[in-house]
Design a protein around this ligand. Structure first.
Ligand code: NAD
Length: 344
């Protein structure tokens, strides 16, 4: 597939492909923008049917990181890596050591961290070959697992959106989709604030835990959209806001951690037409990259992270207020703000 004609190409500054026969490594690194600083974003380790799907993912995800980092007020551009999971047996340590060499070859235009399928062990392996890696759990500025900070940011955004819609979180009903690293902690914070919960996950163990720990009502995965909830918090998958699901929604607010929630941009308008406040995903879920940015800049501290999370709340408020004043959709406003910040 040609790069410059690719439908997901968006003026990316560089796109790198790497291959190593010995370890079976096939990887892409895409640097979307370095306007605000070196690009940063996680590595996704996933089984792709073919390299075209992997390329599409890295192009889209790196663009998303430019927007997310810019809106979080970080001195970072947007980049992403994907490593195609080899078929059959493979030597994980050798694979990621080689990948570390390739990250190093990009010369600092891209910093990597964890994303789907990656662990802190993998980050340590990559660190043996390059310094352009974060999300480590040891070292001077190590920031550790970013998920709790992502959950904190999501919770703050839910609180802000609720107050804008004059919904009291204490006693409000919140539907949470996905009880993983982020979603479960979001539930804990909501429960602490007095919210009632209705939850779903394909992992029954997580569902049972949430019922027990938070008194959450539990429903099957395809029933979560139609629940009589005030707020819907998608914390599992992308593209879950589509014509089929938004017709079922009763919630007045959507704010969650999942990336790329709108199946197509037109869904933003559809939600607004139904009187639903959509809080743009890449604004709401920036807590994790904020945590990682502190590590990259070498100035990680809880106080610094707190200031940046407060900035996320302020940005979301600005977007909501502008949408109310102008009648434009929140996602369009966020996209425009992000593009202006990255000089596009
Ligand atoms: P995770 O893998 O720990 O949790 C995802 C959960 O969703 C799992 O429990 C899984 O069983 C569940 N799930 C999968 N398919 C489902 C379905 N059809 N219905 C209901 N539940 C389903 O992932 P996470 O780290 O908690 O991240 C959640 C989302 O937030 C992802 O989309 C991720 O890309 C995004 N995100 C995460 C972070 C972070 O710091 N971890 C940061 C930004 C964005």
């Amino acid at each position: 597939m040609a790069i410059f004609e690719h439908p997901s190409f968006d003026g990316h500054e560089s796109v790198h492909s790497f291959y190593d026969a010995k370890t079976g490594l096939k990887a892409f690194v895409a640097v979307h923008s370095t306007h605000l600083g070196p690009s940063a974003g996680g590595t996704r380790f996933w089984r792709y049917e073919n390299s075209d799907l992997a390329l599409r993912d890295v192009l889209r995800l790196s663009r998303g990181m430019s927007y997310k980092n810019a809106m979080a007020g970080l001195n970072l551009g947007g980049g992403k890596a994907v490593v195609m999971k080899p078929e059959g047996d493979f030597d994980r340590a050798a694979l990621f050591a080689k990948f570390g060499e390739f990250i190093n070859a990009v010369g600092g235009a891209y910093y990597t961290a964890e994303d789907v399928g990656m662990t802190t062990d993998d980050m340590r392996t990559i660190r043996t070959k390059t310094k352009f890696v974060a999300g480590l759990d040891e070292g001077d500025a190590a920031s550790g697992d970013p998920s709790p900070v992502t959950a904190d940011g999501v919770f703050r955004c839910i609180k802000l959106a609720a107050s804008k819609c004059e919904i009291d979180l204490d006693g409000a009903m919140v539907a949470v989709q996905g009880l993983g690293h982020v979603g479960y902690t979001v539930c804990k914070l909501l429960h602490g604030a007095g919210a009632q919960l209705v939850v779903t996950d394909i992992n029954q163990h997580a569902v049972r835990s949430a019922a027990k720990e938070f008194g959450a009502k539990t429903v099957a995965p395809d029933e979560i959209y139609s629940q009589a909830a005030d707020i819907f918090s998608p914390c599992a998958l992308g593209a879950i806001l589509n014509p089929d699901t938004i017709n079922q929604l009763q919630a007045k607010i959507i704010a969650g951690a999942a990336n790329n929630q709108l199946s197509v941009p037109q869904m933003g308008q559809e939600l607004q037409d139904r009187g639903i406040l959509y809080c743009p995903d890449y604004v709401v879920n920036a807590g994790g990259i904020i945590n990682i940015a502190g590590e990259i800049e070498g100035n990680y501290s809880p106080q610094w992270v707190e200031r940046k999370l407060k900035g996320v709340e302020n940005t979301l408020e600005e977007i909501i207020d502008l949408a109310t004043e102008t009648g434009r959709t929140t996602d369009t406003i966020a996209d425009e703000m992000a593009r202006a910040r990255i000089g596009r």
